[in-house]
Design a protein around this ligand. Structure first.
Ligand code: PLP
Length: 486
């Protein structure tokens, strides 16, 4: 773990003694998460020299910090920022005064508006987090090591992304999703979020109308707002799916869609519906942003061919922008995704990517290229499909037995979450608030609504199961059932 740089540590004059001033100065660094968990503090001798205080002053302050649980002493190795007790304090203080970078990241806002720590946002029932215990990190480490010292990829790189990775993805996408693309049409991005942003910037201008699913993926609303596009919601109803007729009668310039597993309602578009939308885009000269989210994890049937692939067969794929992510099939922290665009958009997308971020971390891309090329990605996906299927079944069983039919699962058997509905009893917001107090995320359905939603006379919530252990599903469902009926 990185040693701490004492940097701007200041002793405040308002304290009675130097010892207490030092204690408070260090404590402040820890609670504000500036000195993070596990980091090594300077030795007492070194800190005394740096701050021009006596060594006893430092020893006293460290002793006090150890007593209060902010730091711990490891025999023969020094003092480390510790976790347990201050973490509780940290989440309280973060919610009130720290404007961290989390403000901008995926699904960090909680329904009650509180800020949460990174460990909180991945905990039980958090939607969109895959099984982090199951990822083959040892293999991943070997691949990273394989490339880590390659000097020839250490300089500036192709903005479009590693050719080896684009070729590997082209093969993977063609075989598993029937996506028709040469590596020249693939661009490596910082997750689906950047891919969607680039796709929208390349095709739409301020004030252009874009249709989005309602309820739908919040992250996409954010970029639409940022670009000052005109958002028009297309309702997605339980089990029925997207209001296709509304799309077909619209002249909007674009449609953003999650056709494999609509997020969060869990519906899917069949081939006929896909064809209608492709035809609409073609006739209207509109764009379809196909976010092929969760296509890999279908438990009840084989996945439908991607819209991009379907359109390609008909020779109409020049209106489809295909977006993919490695966040669910590998892990979110990787921050890699991709964009497949028609040939005539490649140059514009590259200009935008260059302006936004320039090229993408080269060594990670090479490791990923091997992970895909050597079959590890597919092996992992297959393994996880089996595992998520079991977890999905356990969720359904536990919900049935703990809620006695009061809660209905409305999402299809797919993906990493279930969407539930109920009509009587607690409101979705109150259930979520109660769960939050017990450190559990229960995401209310209104989190995904944008204001133009149809009136609902029922409540809904999304429960992610990707990163919860199979054995913990039943007790955790029991726990939230208690909160539901309380
Ligand atoms: C609908 C949808 N698309 C894409 C993603 C993946 O986004 P990213 O690759 O930016 O992590 C998510 C993540 O939860 C999602 O819900």
């Amino acid at each position: 773990m990185q040693p701490i740089d004492v940097g701007d540590l200041q002793l405040d004059d308002q304290h009675d003694t130097r010892q207490t001033a030092l204690f408070h100065a260090i404590r402040e660094k820890i609670v504000q998460d500036l000195w993070s968990k596990g980091s090594r503090l300077p030795s007492t001798r070194k800190l005394a020299v740096e701050l021009s205080v006596s060594r006893n002053t430092v020893i006293y302050a460290y002793d006090q910090l150890v007593t209060e649980g902010y730091i711990e002493s490891k025999q023969g190795s020094g003092f480390y920022v510790s976790v347990e007790q201050p973490e509780h304090f940290l989440s309280l203080s973060q919610s009130s005064n720290v404007q961290s970078s989390q403000d901008l990241s995926t699904e960090v806002d909680t329904p009650s508006g509180a800020r949460v720590t990174p460990s909180d946002i991945n905990r039980g029932f958090a939607p969109g987090v895959p099984d982090l215990d199951a990822f083959p990190f040892a293999k991943w480490q070997r691949l990273l090591q394989r490339h880590a010292t390659r000097q020839n990829i250490a300089g500036n790189q192709d903005v479009q992304g590693s050719l080896a990775l684009r070729e590997a993805l082209s093969g993977y996408l063609a075989s598993s999703r029937s996506v028709r693309c040469h590596a020249d049409r693939i661009m490596i991005t910082a997750g689906a979020q950047q891919a969607i942003s680039i796709g929208l910037m390349a095709t739409l201008a301020m004030g252009d109308q874009i249709l989005v699913e309602e309820p739908g993926y919040r992250q996409v609303h954010k970029i639409i707002d940022l670009l000052k596009l005109e958002l028009d919601g297309v309702s997605v109803r339980e089990k029925v799916g997207l209001d296709i007729e509304k799309v077909l009668s619209s002249n909007a310039k674009a449609l953003y869609i999650t056709p494999s597993n609509q997020y969060p309602m869990g519906t899917t578009l069949n081939t006929e519906q896909r064809l209608k939308l492709i035809d609409w885009a073609n006739k209207n000269q509109s764009w379809i942003i196909e976010d092929d989210y969760d296509s890999e994890f279908q438990f009840a049937h084989r996945p439908y061919t991607s819209m991009q692939g379907l359109a390609g067969k008909l020779g109409f794929d020049d209106r489809i922008i295909y977006v993919g992510s490695l966040s669910k099939v590998m892990f979110n922290g990787l921050r890699l995704g991709y964009l497949v665009v028609p040939e005539n958009l490649v140059a514009r997308c590259l200009e935008i990517k260059e302006a936004l971020t320039g090229d993408t971390a080269a060594h990670t891309q090479e490791a990923l290229a091997d992970f895909v090329q050597e079959g590890d990605l597919l092996r992992h996906i297959r393994k996880m499909r089996r595992s998520y299927k079991l977890k999905h079944e356990a969720m359904i069983e536990a919900i049935q037995s703990e809620f006695h039919g009061d809660l209905e699962v409305i999402s299809q058997a797919a993906g990493l979450h279930v969407t539930v509905k109920w009509s009587n009893g607690i409101s979705e917001q109150e259930w979520s608030r109660r769960a939050e107090l017990e450190n559990i995320i229960v995401r209310p359905l209104d989190f995904y609504e944008y204001g133009s939603s149809d009136f609902r006379d029922w409540h809904g919530a999304v429960l992610g199961f990707g990163n919860i252990r199979l054995a913990d599903i039943k007790p955790k469902i029991k726990q939230i059932a208690r909160l539901f009926y309380q």
